[in-house]
Design a protein around this ligand. Structure first.
Ligand code: BGC
Length: 271
C-alpha cells in the first residue's frame, strides 16, 4: 500500500478516478495521464436495493481505499445525457431523473464526467478505425457504436427485439445465462452476432463485460473478446481533447425539469 501511495505521489497530474457501476459490482481504479492503471483495482458488490443513495454511499466508501485523484470518469449502466440518468434497467427504479454528475460531485468534490458503461468500455477496447461495435455481456446487454473512433452515444440495441418476442438482453443477459446454461447461451450469442453483422455491417465487433469469459463459440476473424478491465480503462477517453462528452454538468445549473429533490436531500428527508 505504501508503495502504491508513493507511486501515486510521483505520478504527474491529472490522475483520473475511473468508476464502473454495474448491476452486480462497482469497480474503481486510478489512471495516470496516459490512461494506464496506477495501483490496485477495487470492487464492491452493488448494494441491494441499488438506490441512488446506496450506490453513492458505496462509491464514497470504495474510493477511500484508493489514493488522491483530480477528476472522475464514470461508466453507468443506463442512458446518460449531460450527467442526467434517463434510465437504468438493472438498477433500482428510482434512478431516472437523477443528476448523477451533480450528486457525485457533491460526494467527491472533483470534476465528474459520466457516460453509458458500454460506451466507456468501448473507448477502452476499440482501435479507432472504421465501424466498430462493442457488446458488453454482463447483468445487461450493453452496446456501443464507433465510427473512426467517434462515438454514437447511448445505442441501446439490448432492448430491441431479438427473437421470439424477446430482446437481446432478455436472451443474453446474466439472468438468461443462469437460466439456460452456457451451451444454449452461446448458441444464442452466435445468432446475435450474425444478426448484428447483417444490420450494422461493422468492420469489427468486440465482446466485453464479465461474461465475455463464458464465450465458447468459434468467433469470426473480425470478432474478438475485449478485456473486462476496458470498462475502467476507457474512462480516460471522457477527458481526452475533443471528447464528445460535455463539460462537467456537475458545475452547471440543474435545468432539466424534475421536481425530485437530490438523492442526498431525499435521504435526509426520509431519515
Ligand atoms: C442498459 C444499457 C447498459 C447495459 C449494460 C442495459 O440494460 O440499457 O444502457 O449499457 O444494460 O449495463
Amino acid at each position: 500500500m505504501a508503495s502504491t501511495k508513493k507511486q501515486i505521489a510521483s505520478t504527474p497530474q491529472p490522475i483520473t478516478l475511473a468508476i464502473d457501476i454495474g448491476g452486480s459490482g462497482i469497480k474503481a481504479i486510478l489512471l495516470n495521464q496516459k490512461g494506464q492503471p496506477i495501483g490496485k483495482r477495487l470492487r464492491i458488490a452493488t448494494p441491494q436495493p441499488s438506490t441512488p443513495q446506496a450506490v453513492l454511499v458505496g462509491i464514497t466508501e470504495l474510493v477511500k481505499g484508493l489514493g488522491n485523484f483530480d477528476r472522475v470518469s464514470v461508466g453507468f449502466p443506463g442512458v446518460i445525457q449531460q450527467g442526467w440518468v434517463k434510465n437504468a434497467p438493472n438498477l433500482d427504479q428510482t434512478w431516472p431523473g437523477i443528476n448523477l454528475a451533480h450528486e457525485l460531485h457533491g460526494q467527491l468534490k472533483k470534476p465528474i464526467r459520466i457516460a453509458n458503461d458500454a460506451d466507456v468500455q468501448g473507448f477502452g477496447a476499440i482501435k479507432g478505425k472504421g465501424v466498430e461495435l462493442v457488446i458488453t455481456l454482463g447483468t445487461g446487454f450493453g452496446t456501443a457504436l464507433f465510427i473512426n473512433g467517434s462515438l454514437v452515444p447511448n445505442l441501446e440495441i439490448g432492448h430491441h427485439p431479438f427473437q421470439k418476442g424477446k430482446t437481446y438482453e432478455d436472451d443474453l443477459g446474466a439472468a438468461a445465462l443462469k437460466k439456460v446454461g452456457k451451451k444454449k447461451w452461446n448458441q444464442r450469442l452466435n445468432k446475435a452476432i450474425k444478426t448484428l453483422d447483417r444490420v450494422i455491417n461493422y468492420d469489427h465487433l468486440f465482446l466485453g463485460g464479465g461474461n465475455g469469459k463464458k464465450v465458447t463459440i468459434e468467433l469470426p476473424p473480425n470478432v474478438t473478446i475485449a478485456s473486462n478491465v476496458a470498462g475502467l480503462l476507457g474512462g480516460i477517453a471522457l477527458w481526452a481533447n475533443g471528447s464528445q462528452q460535455p463539460p462537467s454538468s456537475a458545475d452547471r445549473p440543474q435545468t432539466k425539469s424534475t421536481n425530485r429533490p437530490s438523492a442526498s436531500k431525499r435521504k435526509q428527508k426520509s431519515s
